[in-house]
Design a protein around this ligand. Sequence first.
Ligand SMILES: Cc1cc2nc3c(=O)[nH]c(=O)nc-3n(C[C@H](O)[C@H](O)[C@H](O)COP(=O)(O)OP(=O)(O)OC[C@H]3O[C@@H](n4cnc5c(N)ncnc54)[C@H](O)[C@@H]3O)c2cc1C
Length: 671
Amino acid sequence: MSVLDSKVPKGPIKDKWTTYKDKINLVNPANKRHIDIIVVGTGLAGGSAAASLAELGYNVKAFAYQDSPRRAHSIAAQGGINAAKNYMGDGDSTYRLFYDTVKGGDYRSREANVHRLAEVSGNIIDQCVAQGVPFARDYGGLLDNRSFGGVLVSRTFYAKGQTGQQLLLGCYSAMNRQIARGKIEMFNRHEMLDVVKVDGKARGIIARDLITGEIERHSAHAVVIATGGYGNVYFLSTNAMGSNATAAWKIHKKGAFFANPCFTQIHPTCIPRSGDYQSKLTLMSESLRNDGRIWVPAKLDDAKAIQQGKLKPTEIAEEDRDYYLERRYPAFGNLVPRDVASRAAKERCDAGYGVNATGEAVYLDFAAAFVRYGSEQAKIKGLKNASKEEIIKLGQGIIEEKYGNLFQMYEKIIAENPYETPMMIYPATHYTMGGVWVDYNLMTTVEGLYCIGEANFSDHGANRLGASALMQGLADGYFVLPYTIGDYLSDDIRTGPISTETKEFDEVEKEVKDKINFFINNKGTKSVDHFHKRLGKVMWDKVGMSRNEKDLKEAMVEIKAIREEFWKEVKVPGDANEMNPELEKAGRVADFLELGELFAKDALIRNESCGGHFREESVEESGEQKGEAKRKDKEFAFVSAWEYKGEPADAVLHKEELEFKDIELKQRSYK
Ligand SMILES: Cc1cc2nc3c(=O)[nH]c(=O)nc-3n(C[C@H](O)[C@H](O)[C@H](O)COP(=O)(O)OP(=O)(O)OC[C@H]3O[C@@H](n4cnc5c(N)ncnc54)[C@H](O)[C@@H]3O)c2cc1C
């Protein structure tokens, strides 16, 4: 029997969460005042958790490495947040959101968690509106919705192309209320470098003050990790430059199992890479696929001419364009899920049809939308004889209202006006569905240690649907963890304050200091980035959008070799007792170099194609789905949860078998 206990409550799926809440132990308000909780990370997941736990009466200590919670990577979220409110009257429901999420994740997520997520999704919108989040509204003043990939309804709430920023400001204001009351003690510019366990329970952390370099001990009755995803293991990704896996990896090394590390999302609509000296990639929100049509030239000669700068996209006739998503997937067209859209782009580019100098780009074209919206506007305005130019101008106005800031961002980066020439896009690493394994309570395999938001493996299975990350992070923080952690803490009401003057804190603090001293004193010759880039290249080439046994085995060997060289040759300038960004990076890249190998190992054992994980050995060979990903439910309907045993190659696999009682497993078809 598996050592993993998901603790999913019994009973019908639609009643599980309600019954669970009715039955759990509660902590009375007077006792909450004597209980401390550490929350590491104050993006949308950690920020919402910190604010809610403090509002409930617990003493919260919150940590972030930025100078303010407002700078968390969550601020970058553009497109929107899902909720099953059915405001559009287009047939949405809790069940449909549940169904779409399980199907979109290619049947590799835990049904009970996903259903709970769909149940609380509506509350998130109410909560955020109450905080003053300026969601877009329709002409009647009601909240507006748009569609995201992989679904047939419009359920995405949005604030122009800045949804994450607006949600984070709402969350931050809720946090600030608690900071002012003294219920949240905020530690900005602090990086958690390890967790401290006492008698098997998480009881504190070791953190570094990033301004002074001082190493600090902090204790609590429970620790919550909300430190985001690990997409930067690829070096180039759409994540913020600082996003890292250190907290998640450190707790893994202290006993928290790491689940499905190979489940990564490669997003189809990013600005293509420009060269070897780039440090980050930029996302163009998926919401653009609502109105943009994706195409490449239908003729190889045209593609070549474009690559050589001899032909412009606007010079290619309609019949010479290949709208390959509409051609291959007529039911979902440009709104197929991200994994499907990314692979289709790669397939066209690998076949030589790419549209920039490197051949790694496809077009996202709004010309048809300008005409469609413009014609509608001309009718609304009673312009009977509007010229083509007037119609296009009117249509561009509507597109500007919807996505203006994204168009502006594109123009600033590429120096081309996307109102006049189609945007160029290409897939890039964007989100990690894998992460720390948690049970239904969001507790890891270490008692009293919780993990929420993108940092856990959670609800998205092998592929996350657009606008569902914000929903999950805020569901965890505002509506799930505040209940589940109380049940655990009800046993701690007599424990009293946790001392930091113990051998457990001594030991972990020493480990942390030793590592820092090693970096500062090592007489290496190569920068941290040198190693990070090399790791990223192996990850992208051999553990990227399409994977096979040979490459994965090679990747494991190559990553290990880079890691060994890193420990000999890394050079970290500066001192430990000062602000030292290179030192911060060194610790983070050291962790990526271990995580990367486990990632490849996880991809190797999963000899099936599912969601974002495409195995070249597992492809449909005949029928309507020929050439599409082939899932193997009999062998692989499990969560892989890895136990740390020293070297990543020695990690031990535990399987959480997935049961699908409420959704029938089907082949995903978007045709
Ligand atoms: C460009 C872009 C656009 C996106 N758009 C959307 C969208 O439209 N809709 C959607 O649903 N999702 C979107 N996503 C995904 C979504 O933004 C993220 O999944 C989500 O914001 C993650 O939130 P989080 O709170 O889990 O982590 P983060 O926002 O990454 O926050 C992590 C926090 O942890 C802290 N931290 C990390 N490590 C440590 C440490 N060791 N010590 C102390 N503090 C630490 C950081 O300081 C930060 O406060 C987008 C992602 C990207 C990259």
